[in-house]
Design a protein. Structure first.
Length: 297
């Protein structure tokens, strides 16, 4: 095995962590994969013998790469992210992992948190993700955002207040969540409006991202209220027979894939036995990119 192969093996040991950092930073599976690949290219052009702490070096570099991508994205964006935006979901078979392993994967961060992270300034997001989620010291983050340690600490503090103010759900009880989602699908298949309403929190929020080109009933939307969401579910009841349970960002969700073609992915938040949030991605272009990278299956 030559030196390049040895370096590649060492890099692979850190790939999962780097992908987790990049996914939390970018909320996009393809962009996260691209960011990790760019880190590898930078490492392959560096004298690895001069790197004392490879893991720390790689985390710092992926942070810089993601920060540049976020700043570029912000500069290109003519309008702020609207209330229908749904981050890229990561989908895996429901039986693939047990709860103890779940925290090791990039998708153990919920869609609700990713939505909040999208509202942060790039430097705030970086400081929060690296420090609060991956325990990177502020002294190591400060050079990336080109600020002092105290100012970097303030960035993370502002982001933390935004996240805490969002009142995000706690870690899901997967068994209970599965019962509720299965009951919801059964009610949709049977066209039982009252059963659907009974499974929904009175102030349930649904966010559906169908892409910019979708029109009519299938257009992107953000709606709230049990009866309104139940009416929406009944409109798409014919597709419910194709729905399959899956792990969507570490929680029980739904993949709609008639004849193997993924038409939508839905993440669900359950609290106290009721569905409180629903996140649906049905943008065909984004789903095609996700499927090409392998996380939707």
């Amino acid at each position: 095995m030559n030196d390049e192969d040895l370096l590649a093996d060492r890099f692979e040991e850190h790939r999962g962590r780097l992908r987790a950092v990049a996914y939390r930073m970018l909320g996009s599976v393809p962009e996260a994969e691209d960011a990790v690949q760019e880190v590898w290219l930078k490492l392959s052009r560096t004298d690895a013998d001069e790197i004392r702490n490879l893991g720390g070096w790689l985390t710092t570099v992926v942070g810089r790469v993601c920060l540049d991508l976020l700043r570029s994205r912000t500069a290109r964006r003519e309008e702020p992210i609207d209330e229908t935006f749904v981050p890229d979901p990561v989908v895996r078979p429901l039986t693939e992992l047990d709860p103890e392993e779940e925290m090791l994967h990039a998708d153990s961060v919920g869609l609700a948190l990713l939505v909040v992270l999208e509202t942060l300034e790039p430097a705030e997001r970086l400081a929060f993700v690296l420090h609060d989620m991956f325990a990177v010291p502020f002294d190591d983050i400060a050079p990336i955002v080109e600020r002092g340690s105290a100012a970097t600490r303030q960035l993370a503090s502002r982001a933390r207040r935004r996240v805490q103010g969002a009142n995000l759900p706690k870690a899901p009880d997967l068994a209970r969540q599965r019962e509720i989602v299965e009951a919801f699908l059964a009610a949709a298949r049977e066209g039982d409006f009252e059963a659907l309403v009974a499974l929904l929190h009175p102030d349930v929020a649904l966010r559906a991202d169908s892409g910019a080109l979708a029109r009519g009933a299938g257009a992107s939307k953000a709606i709230r209220g049990a009866r309104t969401v139940a009416e929406q579910a009944l409109m798409f009841a014919p597709f419910a027979r194709f729905a399959q349970l899956a792990l969507v960002n570490g929680s029980v969700g739904v993949v709609n894939a008639p004849e193997g073609q993924v038409l939508s992915v839905m993440g669900v938040t359950v609290a106290d036995g009721l569905i409180t949030e629903m996140y649906i991605l049905s943008d065909p272009d984004r789903l095609a990119r996700l499927d090409a990278d392998g996380p939707v299956r």
